[in-house]
Design a protein around this ligand. Sequence first.
Ligand code: CU
Length: 366
Amino acid sequence: MSEPPATKRRPFLTAIGAGSTAMVAGCTGPLSSSDNTDEPEQTPDSTEMQESLDNAAETDTDRIAADPRELPDPVDWDEPRHHEIEMTTTEETAEIEPGVTFDFMTFDGRVPGPMVRVRRGDTVELTLTNDESNSMPHNVDFHAVYGPGGGADDTTVAPGESATIEFKAMYPGSFVYHCAVPNMDQHISSGMFGAILVEPKDGLPEVDRELYFGQHEIYTKGSAGKEGHHEFDFDAMKNEEPTYVCLNGEAYAFTGNGYGPVTVDKGERIRIFHSNGGPNLISSWHGIGNVWGTFYRDGDVVSDPDRFVETAPVVPGSVAIAEIDTPVPGPIKLVDHALSRVVNKGMLGVIQVEGEDEPDIFNPDP
Ligand SMILES: [Cu+2]
């Protein structure tokens, strides 16, 4: 593998439809002009000439992407419970992709923030702490809350302070929570969102495995893949022209370019929570090589779910739920079907189904 150009090579479109996860690894092909063999290797294109980024900053953490396998177990109680939940807001520098640093803001140091999981009728005593090393006020607005600002009005805390609220989870569904200070779009774009799941009293159908993802977009003064430190770009945000559209806060985190695919076993029924923090873009959520067999639109777990949905809107400020079957081995590529966000901006993650071939269902070589 030769020295990569300053603008990183992107996993590209043919990798999305093709079968091998190896094809989403790096060095697979050109998208940046500096890969053009007709050009001298060291000549930057005009965009790069205009860009001058500071060097990549020292990072505070090796990883900002939450592990999609980490979420609370399903509700197994049938009487109202009281939950004491603590969350800490952080401001920390991390990589969006290798060599590209950004100043994130988070709940508990990961994007998306931790899932809160309760049963309808439970009460939640929520303490939000703004880490003393931070520089900005933060708060949290839970969309599962009846009350001023979804709790934001009474959880606004300065660095070093904590605030506690208590709320009753009156209605079921999956909902976003997010920071809601006056610059809330910047704070969400920097990573401050997560999900709260309020299970109906009878619970959700049993599945073999659950995964939890968060999509959002990041607006920076660099172009995607340009190595260096990417400052936040308020004009790009106002124009809704993001540099990155991320799954769990990083570009291509769950591919061969990042931490690798999320592996599951063939035959498992899997429930996927897809939160969209936004702040601005609707996701056209799609799983390449699969279908949303049961789809809970907008996280509505009371109405009858939709069936066999190919591509589903997940609007900013919502958490959709899908249950899928995995009858054949191979990759399921999680994308936003606004595909320029996949090819150029990072919005791709892979679930790798492992097991024996099932030629009666899919035969690549009949
Ligand atoms: Cu904030």
